[in-house]
Design a protein around this ligand. Structure first.
Ligand code: SME
Length: 147
């Protein structure tokens, strides 16, 4: 029986020898298995900036994002997942690629502390729903134990 992607991701993260491998494996599995994930990456919080770590997709100009900027900054500041169905209608949005239409950002938390976040973009409008939120929040919890 095929293992679910959730379980596969959790297993990969738990068996990773360190945080760098756990983050690389996470980004690779998400991008490989979910065709609507056009860009997938992880930002880590350093001081009051989110710093881009491993990612797959087009290079982003936003390698450091202050907490008061972007959808990434908003998710970290609010300590909550943000789904944007149409990035072009959201004034917070910082563009990475002109093809991007929707985005989900999920904070990686330890208790009340933000460690970083998982950021995924899609070229499709309203590409992200509850399934993506549940998957990425589960992955964020597993990653938090490794960071
Ligand atoms: N769109 C993000 C910036 C990161 S790039 O998409 C990779 C934002 O608005 O914060």
């Amino acid at each position: 029986m095929a293992e679910s992607l959730d379980n596969e991701l959790i297993a990969a993260i738990e068996k990773a020898p360190n945080a760098a491998v756990a983050m690389d494996d996470t980004v690779r599995l998400l991008k490989e298995r979910l065709p609507h994930y056009t860009w997938a990456g992880i930002y880590l919080l350093e001081g009051d900036e989110l710093v881009l770590g491993p990612y797959l997709g087009k290079p982003s100009p936003h390698t450091r994002i202050p907490l008061n900027q972007g959808i990434c900054g908003a998710a970290a500041s609010q300590k909550a997942t943000i789904i944007v169905d149409d990035v072009n209608s959201d004034p917070r949005y910082l563009a990475c690629s002109i093809e991007t239409r929707s985005e989900i950002v999920v904070p990686i938390m330890r208790g009340d502390t933000v460690l970083g976040e998982i950021d995924v973009d899609s070229d499709g409008l309203a590409a992200f729903g509850d399934k993506d939120r549940q998957l990425l929040e589960t992955v964020a919890t597993a990653l938090a134990r490794k960071l």
